[in-house]
Design a protein. Structure first.
Length: 107
């Protein structure tokens, strides 16, 4: 159990450090097969990969699920741990204001 707790603490620290040190943020939207919309905020890591630091799922039923270093997972889902590639992944770039509007719905 100690290893799992340490792993979670290290994961939180990693995503928090990325969020707090980011000077460049990218925002995307993605529609899933069930009619939901995913909103993503990603920042480049030291290696240049885009790492998702915040994601919000707005389901077709109107439910909002938000994930970040402050809330990594719950019974509905989790913050992705995979780097994204806007040229390969089906993502649409959106303005930061659109992401912030959706993210703010959960506050």
């Amino acid at each position: 159990m100690v290893d799992l707790e340490r792993f979670k603490a290290e994961t939180v620290a990693y995503f928090r450090a990325l969020d707090e040190s980011a000077t460049l943020r990218h925002h995307f939207r993605h529609a899933d097969e069930e009619g939901g919309l995913w909103y993503i905020e990603a920042v480049p890591d030291r290696g240049g990969e885009l790492i998702v630091i915040k994601q919000a799922e707005l389901t077709a039923a109107g439910q909002l699920h938000r994930y970040s270093w402050e809330h990594l997972e719950d019974e509905h889902g989790f913050l992705t741990d995979q780097a994204i590639d806007p040229e390969e992944d089906p993502l649409e770039a959106i303005p930061a204001e659109e992401f912030q509007r959706v993210w703010g719905l959960g506050e």
